[in-house]
Design a protein around this ligand. Structure first.
Ligand code: G4P
Ligand code: NA
Ligand code: NA
Length: 195
């Protein structure tokens, strides 16, 4: 995907890098949200996703909901989010258990089959792609519900981790706004916009 220059500039100027694995842009994406900027990013992802003629955006709570919502709004389609540990999800439901590297332990993702149906054309939206276990689980759950998955899209992709290959191995194309090639010496090295 082509880097989105406004996001690349902000990551280079403002991100905190923790070790060689974690990029923090909490102040505009993961903890504090700037509505104008996230709406611009959602609009840009929506332009790239429109060609797939999706019927629904699928994400996972919690940090996928804000980007998922702005993309869904731009495309004028619903947003569905998989719930984490949701004993009361309307049945029938589909579930996957994935390790939670940021919180420790395991996370259960649950998706009601009322909200993803076989006629759906699904696009995945999330904030970060790292090893992709969340995205792979979402793709598998949508397919288990009988739906088609047309694209997986992310605000930030960490290219030095395994997520990109894992999603391609499922035959799903990717769309991302910023591609982090490496984190080193407290700095993020990003793919540069062409302009
Ligand atoms: P994984 O296969 O390595 O587990 O990666 P995955 O892409 O599934 O991401 C796991 C979690 O870690 C996600 O949040 C994701 O947003 C977060 N994450 C991964 N890399 C980074 C990073 O560099 N910076 C930040 N800020 N977050 C990162 P989650 O655990 O699902 O939790 P939630 O925040 O959505 O509740
Ligand atoms: Na997330
Ligand atoms: Na997160």
């Amino acid at each position: 995907s082509a880097p989105y220059a406004p996001l690349v500039r902000r990551i280079e100027a403002e991100a905190t890098v923790i070790g060689d694995q974690v990029l923090k842009i909490d102040h505009f994406l993961n903890h504090r949200i700037e509505p104008r900027f996230i709406t611009e990013m959602g609009g840009e992802l929506a332009r790239r996703l429109a060609q797939f003629e999706p019927s629904v955006v699928l994400t996972a709570e919690a940090s996928g909901i804000a980007p998922g919502l702005v993309v869904a709004q731009a495309l004028d389609i619903p947003l569905v989010y998989a719930k984490k540990y949701a004993p009361q999800v309307e049945s029938p439901a589909i579930a996957r258990v994935i390790p939670s590297p940021t919180k420790g332990g395991e996370t259960k993702l649950v998706l009601s089959q009322r909200y993803i149906v076989p006629s759906d054309r699904v696009v995945i939206v999330d904030d970060f792609l790292s090893n992709g276990r969340t995205a792979v689980a979402l793709i598998e759950m949508a397919r288990e519900a009988g739906a088609q998955v047309l694209c997986a899209s992310f605000i930030v992709e960490k290219r030095f981790q395994q997520g990109h290959a894992a999603i391609e191995a499922l035959g799903v194309p990717l769309a991302t706004l910023a591609q982090v090639e490496a984190l080193e010496n407290g700095r993020a090295l990003l793919t540069q916009p062409a302009d």
